[in-house]
Structures are given as C-alpha cells and as structure tokens.
Design a protein around this ligand. Structure first.
Ligand code: 3H9
Length: 654
C-alpha cells in the first residue's frame, strides 16, 4: 500500500459488513482502491461474526471503471482480474449496491459480487470499446453466465451503458430500489446471508448457447458498424470465445487481448481524446470568475439551425422563446421542434411527463420585445453579415443590459458584429453544428472585447446542454470550418491534378471517415458555398489557385442530392458530366493529369489539415492542438480511433 489514505472503509452493522469506496471523483479502481479492497475481502473472510458484505460507493457514482490514468504506467499489484477472482471466491456473500454508473472494471467488480442491487437512476455498461479496449478483468467471461449471449455482445461491443431497469430485465441486477440504497442493500444482505452461498459467476452454466448461424447474425452487424475500429469486433469475438471455450482459457485469452489492445495505436488515440475532451472546457472556464445564470433563452430564426438549437435547449431544461419574421415561419419552426421532441419521446430519450413539460417551455413571437427578460439570445438567421447586423441592432434595443448576445455564425466576423452593438463585451459566438440537438460539438468564439464572465457562463451553459465546448478565436471559419475549407481546397486541387471525386471519397471512407468530402457536399447542398464564392469573387487574390469545377456544376443547377445531382448523380444512371468538366478544367490550366493513389490522397488531406492546424495554433485561434483534434473528430467525421489530424501527425498513423 502507498502512504495515501485508504479509500476503502468498513462499518460493521450487526452481522453485515458495509464496505465503502471513497475515491473521488468517480471511484476509479486505482491501485490504492484495489489494495484496500483486497485487504478487506481477506479480513471479512477471516471474521466469523460477519455473515455478508455490501459494497457501496461514496459520492456521485459506483465504480466507473479501472483508473485510465494508470494505463500508460507499469501495472502495480494487486491486478484487477486477480482481485475479482478473489472476490468471487469469498466465503461470504457480497452484494454490490450500485448508484450512478457501474462501468467497465466497476461492472466487473459487481459481477464478481454474488448479488447486484441498483437504484433506478443508475446505469451499467462496458464502455471499454470507446477507449479501444475490451473488458480486461473477466467481464467477457462472467457476463454471458449472467445474461443472454446476444445481450452480452450488445453491451460489450456496443459500449453503451444500459439503464438499471433493463439490466434487471436481463438478470444483471437482482433488485431495483427506489430511494435508500444503503438501507435496502443492508436489508437485502440480511435476507441472503442465511441462504447457501451462490456459485461464483464464472462457474455458472451459460445462459444460452448460439449456433454458428446465430453468431454470424450477431457478429456481422458489429463489423459493419466498426468502420475500421478494431475493439468492437474483438470484443464481440471475445464473448463468443468465452461462450465456446472453458472459462480458464477464456480468462487468459481476454487478459492477453486486453494488454495487446491497451498498447495499440487505436486505444492510445481514443484515450488521448477522452482526456482531451474532459479538459477542453476546464481550461477555458476559470473558477475565480462569476457566472451569469442562463435559464430563459431566445433563439432568432426557426430554420434548420434555429430549430435544432431550440430543441437542444428544451432537452436541457431551458425555457425558450423562438423569434421569427412572421406567424407562418414561426408556426413552421415550432412544428419542426415539436416533431424533434416527439422523436425523442419515441426513442425513449425522454418520458411522457418530460415531453409534456418541455412543450410548455417553448413560446414564440414575431416581436423582438418578447426577449426583454431573456438571459441569453442566440441568433441563427441566414449566413449574411447585413442580416445579422440588422438582428443585433434590434437586440440592442430590447435585451436587458446583462444578457448575453450570441451569434451562431459559422464563418463571419464576430468582432464586427460585437462592435456594431452598444455593449460589445456581452457579444460572443456560439457555433453549433447541425443537427444542433444531436451534434455534441460547440465552438465558443471569443472576441477581444468579451468579458471573462460571459465566456465562463457560456462554458457552463454548454455543459448543461451536454456539449463539448471548444474555445476559438475569430477568423474566417474559426477552427473546424477553416480546416475543412483548407482540405476541401486541397481535394479540389487533386481533382485538377488527376483524381476523380469517387477516388477521393473512397480513400476517405477507407481511412475511416463516414463519407467523403464530395458526397458530404452533395448532402449539404452546393448552393450556399457557391453564393459565398460569388460574394468573395471581387476581392479574391487573382494569384491564388482557384478551382472552378464546383461553380460549373452549380451553373448547371447541380446543387447536390436535393436537385438529384451534384458531384454525383442520384438516379442510378451513368454520369460522365462531372468527369468531363474536371478534364476540361485540368486542360484549361495545362495540368498534365496523373493518377493519385489512395495513400497519397490521405497524406495530402492530413498534411493540409495539420498545416492549417499549425497556423491556427500560431495565430492563437485555438488554445491547444488537442482542441483542434476534438473539433475535427466531433464535428467533421474525422475517425475518432485515429485521434485527430494533429495526433496522427505526432504519432505517425497511418
Ligand atoms: C476499464 O475499466 C478496463 C477494465 O475492463 C479492465 C482493467 C484491467 N479513470 O466525465 P467526468 C475522471 S476501462 C480515471 O467529467 P461525469 C475524468 O477524467 C474504463 N479518471 O464526470 C474527470 O477528471 P477531471 C472504463 C476518470 O460525471 C473526472 O473523472 N470506464 C475515469 O460527467 C470526472 O469525469 C470508462 O470508460 C476513469 N475511469 O461522468 C468510464 N473516469 O475532473 C469513463 C472519469 O480531472 N468515464 N475520470 O477532468 C466516464 O464515462 C465518465 O467520467 C462518467 C462520469 C460517466 C463516469
């Protein structure tokens, strides 16, 4: 044991031992916890007056897993798999009393206990695949001896925790409790203390066996969804191994695979991102700064962005006033929000009572003066500076003086917007991503004039929305769109140099992007970017290389999927138009086309992303290179398991 205070304490209550882990913030299984727990198991086994033990945690959660910060250091005894083997062989029955989250190694400890009880609001799961890992302390072996093998695969390979109620339906939880977990756990322990000691989970028979065809049906969706990530596939295979092989062999195989994956590039990348995301908002908000409460929020505009933002606000329990230019547009916007909420209800994300309450939290108006009491207003009108300046001049006259004024612009100069108002110190950019109620990323754009109080309040607001907030300075496109513009430009150069859209898109998908840049443009529509290029035409530097292929497509009315064709044609007919335009444009510039391999395509894309990222850092638009990676992964489809463009640069993947 180290000199640190023992995070495991024991109270003897009658003939029950109440074992409490106190290792804030999430009761991770660090070495001191493992050592304390091992001592406690030994002591309880030796103490003849104790009939049963309850394992409970202090603070906001049960054990949230192994201590991830220890994964890059040499592992110190007692190792978690050995500890859990010892726990399940205890001569006294152990009851895990779960609140908050029982995750990863935490759920493995609970599986080592003989019984599990949980409060209704708790969640149980194996998120290891999100860190590029599989459970490494016997979880894959014990789980299919407690729950159905198909459920075991979905829990371990999916990585998504399940609610306690479902866990109880699966047999993972023996008892659900309402409000007093400690009291109910002690009562439960008293009841089971006189029963024969149950078989340890690893010695129990399997819940069910699957045929080879069943396994095919279970495993193939996992590999189809993996998009290059190894862990989910290996996790599912490990469950199959645990079902088909003797437990001893399965334990050893799981342990070996866990160590192999822990040292893999993918796991290192995913762990890097885990901590990058956790620390992003922390360094931005300062504890010494006051926060302004944000309860009532106004949203200007009921279009795609506005309705997504309103939905996100309602789902995080804010009251919202939507402003539109006329009643028809307002009703349309509100109807869209209601359809999103209905969808959340249908998908079980909110219950009927919450749905009913959220609907009453939405009001709308066509008059700006309805915003007089709002704490924050988010402008989400068309991406046009004059239109935005007009909105802010109206806001200036109606908002209370301490309200925060935010623009959702994705490219425009927030400093100019701020300077146009009476109090520039309260103006900030809140760049949501579409659909705003689903995408987790939020860029918080700071001007030179904005106060620390406004910024900190925005980070707190983002946390309540459940967003990953990244601070960014003012420049065209901020962090994400600026990098995307740069690499899109590079992809267009590649078209002129010799590649075809399909080749570039295929290379990106093979690298792990959900879709290529050209397919994505077709989905988003080519017309908005075209309008912007036309606006910029007069001021464009004539010495800069300009690729006109997208303009040619737009001139033909090819705006993407919505018009049936863009970079691709969507009616299953062969289309040579785009290729012809590309060849013409290359010829016009006298470019000798040469084929570009998939590797070179990716290298050129990554180099461009990193170069732009380095400029963004040098200009202090982003605080840290980790923030750039968090933006590209969460907003632009960069494969999470590769860590982000800046990380791949440092770590040379591929
Ligand atoms: C595993 O268990 C492997 C085993 O199968 C086998 C082993 C042999 N370790 O997210 P929050 C920190 S793999 C260390 O803001 P929330 C986090 O960095 C593990 N630190 O709180 C943050 O630190 P800071 C499987 C951890 O309430 C602070 O705790 N488990 C760990 O919003 C608060 O975190 C997981 O993957 C950890 N395991 O959410 C669970 N977890 O304040 C990962 C958190 O310095 N964790 N921290 O920035 C989570 O999903 C969320 O943290 C949780 C709480 C839902 C628990």
């Amino acid at each position: 044991m180290t000199g640190k205070m023992n995070p495991v304490s024991v109270d003897i209550i009658g003939d029950i031992a109440l074992v409490t882990i106190a290792n804030p913030p999430v009761n991770a299984l660090s070495q001191t916890v493992r050592a304390g727990l091992l001592d406690t198991i030994e002591n309880i086994d030796k103490n003849r007056s104790i009939l049963a033990a309850v394992l409970i945690c202090d603070g906001r959660t049960f054990i949230a897993g192994a201590d991830i910060t220890e994964f890059d250091k040499p592992s110190i005894e007692p190792h978690l798999p050995d500890l859990i083997d010892r726990l399940e062989c205890s001569t006294k029955p152990w009851v895990a009393a779960i609140h908050g989250n029982a995750l990863g190694g935490g759920l493995e400890v609970a599986l080592g206990c003989h019984y599990r009880i949980a409060d209704f609001s708790s969640k149980l799961g194996f998120p290891e695949v999100k860190l590029g890992l599989i459970p490494g302390a016997g979880g894959t072996v014990r789980l299919p001896r407690i729950v159905d093998s198909v459920n075991a695969v979905s829990l371990v390979a999916g990585g998504k925790p399940i609610k306690a109620q479902l866990a109880a339906e699966w047999g993972l939880v023996d008892l659900l409790v309402e409000d007093n977990l400690k009291r109910d756990a002690l009562n439960f322990a008293q009841q089971i203390a006189s029963l024969p000691l149950p078989e340890p989970a690893s010695k129990r028979p399997l819940i069910n066996k699957l045929t080879a065809d069943d396994w095919e049906a279970v495993l193939s969706p996992v590999s189809n969804k993996a998009h290059g990530q190894i862990a989910p596939v290996r996790a599912a295979e490990t469950i199959r191994n645990a079902v088909e092989k003797p437990a001893d062999e399965a334990f050893a195989a799981e342990r070996n695979l866990f160590s192999e994956l822990k040292n893999s590039d993918q796991s290192r990348a995913l762990r890097y991102l885990f901590f990058a995301e956790k620390s992003a908002s922390k360094i931005s908000g300062s504890s010494s700064v006051d926060f302004m409460p944000v309860e009532l929020v106004g949203v200007i505009g009921g279009g795609t962005m506005g309705t997504g933002i309103v939905t996100a606000l309602l789902l995080s329990n804010h009251s919202v006033i939507m402003i539109e230019r006329d009643e028809t547009a307002l009703e349309k916007g509100k109807a869209t929000v209601l359809s999103y909420l209905q969808n959340s209800l249908k998908r079980g994300l909110i219950n009927a009572a919450k749905h009913a309450r959220l609907i009453t939290s939405l009001t709308g108006s066509i008059k700006y003066k309805a915003l007089a009491n709002a704490d924050l207003v988010i402008e989400a009108v068309y991406e046009d500076m004059d239109m935005k300046l007009d909105v802010f001049s109206k806001l200036d006259t109606v908002m209370k003086p301490d309200a925060i004024l935010a623009t959702n612009t994705s490219y425009l100069d927030v400093k100019r917007i701020a300077a146009s108002t009476k109090i520039p110190a309260r103006v900030v950019g809140l760049h949501f991503f579409s659909p705003a109620h689903i995408m987790k990323l939020l860029e918080i754009i700071r001007t030179d004039s904005v106060t620390a109080e406004v910024l900190s309040s925005c980070f707190l607001f983002a946390k309540r929305l459940g967003k990953i907030a990244i601070p960014a300075g003012v420049c065209e496109g901020f962090i994400g769109n600026r990098i995307m513009s740069a690499y899109r430009r590079e992809c267009e150069y590649m078209l002129e140099d010799g590649a075809l859209p399909q080749e570039i898109d295929d290379a990106m998908v093979a690298f792990g992007f959900p879709m290529g840049i050209f397919a994505m443009q077709d989905l988003a529509g080519l017309d908005i970017a075209w309008a912007m290029r036309k606006r910029q035409a007069a001021t464009r530097n004539s010495n800069t290389r300009y690729v006109a292929i997208a303009d040619r497509l737009c001139e033909m009315g090819r705006f993407g999927r919505k018009t049936g064709s863009g970079w691709y044609r969507y009616d299953n007919t062969t289309d040579t138009v785009v290729e012809k335009i590309i060849l013409q444009e290359s010829a016009l510039k006298g470019i000798q086309r040469k084929s570009i391999s998939a590797e070179e395509i990716i290298e050129r894309i990554l180099n461009t992303m990193r170069n732009e990222g380095s400029k963004i850092l040098a200009e202090k638009i982003a605080n840290r290179s980790e923030d750039i990676d968090v933006v590209m992964v969460n907003g632009y489809g960069f494969p999470r398991w590769r860590g982000g463009p800046m990380f791949t640069g440092k770590n040379l993947i591929p």
